[in-house]
Design a protein around this ligand. Structure first.
Ligand code: ADP
Ligand code: SF4
Ligand code: MG
Length: 316
């Protein structure tokens, strides 16, 4: 199976601007390294979940993959380098706050067909607003509504309908369920997985919420301070996490059974700032099993089984 999207050695550095910040940083640092050598492969008809704490570089990854942020490394969409590829037509992005990405003064029906206007699609090739709404389980009457007349779940569906207008091969969803009630979260995730199955779309779903990724993703990639620490099939990773960070995240996952719920976070300490990413293994300041060598040598992401990679000196 050839990859829908292939990312190799993705690196993103952003300028910090001069002034006080760079003056107090080691060596008068002028750039911030957000992503440091990320490798990902996404196939059609599959959902790849990227999970990481806030500030780990998830949104930057999405923006770099869409060509919205300057990046180094190899980014290939449908076998072609990003610049030469059909990425703009072939990809849709659901941004972190979809409700505010809707225009308050435009009716839902106009908004879902807006991509046709933006991309100059001839009338004969356009899909009707009613059809787009029905693909996300909304009745045609919804077309007459304004965004403020929608519930959170309905607004999310409208964003998905708009994302589907150009029949994208890839949908990137950044925190697609943030701010929704648990029951609506499940509804939105089921909608996405149905579309993946029925339309063969590749989904990149990004979330800081582990249960969301567990529910939505076929494969999972775990990001820590801009580096991947573990990748694998979701079921395998949850059954046997290989990286201590993954194990801590799973242990800290909210338990639906209140009697088993724990108040203490299993991960000790605060996530360090990217401005001062720890040397060696970036997780060593919080790792329960770190050895002295961990602070000196960064572990490479290496295969430990079929479709399974981990970046830890001690993992087997
Ligand atoms: N253009 C930028 N300039 C400076 N810092 C940035 C810029 N973009 C992102 N950052 C910083 O990089 C880190 C990662 O950001 P982001 O990709 O938004 O993480 P996430 O989506 O995982 O929360 C954050 O600490 C953020 O403040
Ligand atoms: S390399 Fe060391 S510090 Fe990093 S996760 Fe493995 S044991 Fe922990
Ligand atoms: Mg983000």
């Amino acid at each position: 199976m050839s990859a829908l999207y292939e990312v190799r050695g993705l690196r993103v550095d952003v300028p910090l601007g001069g002034g006080l910040l760079s003056a107090i940083l080691p060596g008068g640092k002028k750039t911030l390294n957000i992503l440091d050598g990320v490798d990902l492969t996404l196939h059609s008809g599959e959902t790849l979940g990227v999970v990481g704490e806030s500030g780990s570089g998830k949104t930057t990854l999405a923006r770099a993959m869409l060509g919205l942020t300057p990046a180094a490394g190899t980014l290939q969409f449908q076998g072609r380098d990003l610049a030469a590829s059909n990425l703009r037509r072939g990809t849709a992005m659901m941004f972190q706050d979809p409700v505010s990405s809707l225009s308050p003064r435009m009716r839902v029906g106009e908004q879902v067909v807006e991509p046709f206007t933006i991309h100059g699609i001839p009338a004969a090739e356009r899909t009707s607003a009613a059809e787009l709404l029905s693909r996300v389980g909304l009745p045609p009457e919804m077309a007459a509504r304004y965004p403020h007349e929608l519930s959170g779940g309905q607004a999310r569906r409208v964003c998905v309908a708009r994302a589907l207008a150009l029949n994208p091969a890839l949908v990137i969803a950044d925190e697609p369920t943030a701010g929704l009630d648990m029951s609506i979260q499940g509804e939105v995730l089921n909608l996405l997985s149905g579309l993946k199955r029925d339309r063969g779309i590749g989904f990149l779903v990004i979330s800081h919420n582990l249960p969301v990724i567990r529910h939505a993703a076929d494969r999972i990639a775990i990001l820590y301070l801009g580096r991947l620490v573990e990748t694998g099939l979701t079921a395998d990773v949850f059954a046997r996490p290989a990286h201590p960070y993954t194990a801590s995240l799973i242990a800290a996952e909210p338990n639906p059974d209140p009697r088993k719920r724990r108040d203490d976070l299993a991960i000790k300490g605060e996530i360090p700032s990217l401005l001062r990413r720890p040397a060696g293994c970036a997780f060593h300041t919080r790792c329960p099993i770190a050895v002295p060598d961990c602070a000196l040598r960064p572990p490479a992401l290496r295969a430990i089984g079929p479709d399974r990679q981990v970046a830890c000196h001690l993992a087997t």
